[in-house]
Design a protein around this ligand. Structure first.
Ligand SMILES: [Zn+2]
Length: 92
């Protein structure tokens, strides 16, 4: 007999990274006959996906710091150039 609460508990553990057990396969099989559990499982997976994405975008990419100094000195150079041209303009 299908038990919504038990099915959702099993699938929640599975979605959080637990090893698939026979209980998990049974719960997954029951999703097709219970739209309510199916929606719940989809919501769990969606929430996890969004939080994983948020975590990965909150951390700069590995190559961020490699190019950081180059980008910094580049923008510093353009500021100096701008200051020089402005100075030359004002001197006239
Ligand atoms: Zn159910």
């Amino acid at each position: 007999m299908h038990n919504c609460k038990l099915t959702r508990n099993v699938l929640m553990d599975y979605a959080l990274g637990e090893e698939p057990t026979p209980q998990v396969s049974a719960a997954l099989a029951q999703l097709s006959c219970c739209p309510s559990c199916q929606a719940e499982y989809a919501a769990i997976r969606n929430t996890l996906r969004v939080s994983r994405q948020a975590l990965s975008t909150a951390t700069p990419a590995d190559d961020f710091w490699q190019g950081y100094h180059a980008r910094l000195s580049e923008s510093w150079c353009s500021i100096r150039k701008w200051q020089r041209s402005k100075g030359a303009f004002l001197a006239h």
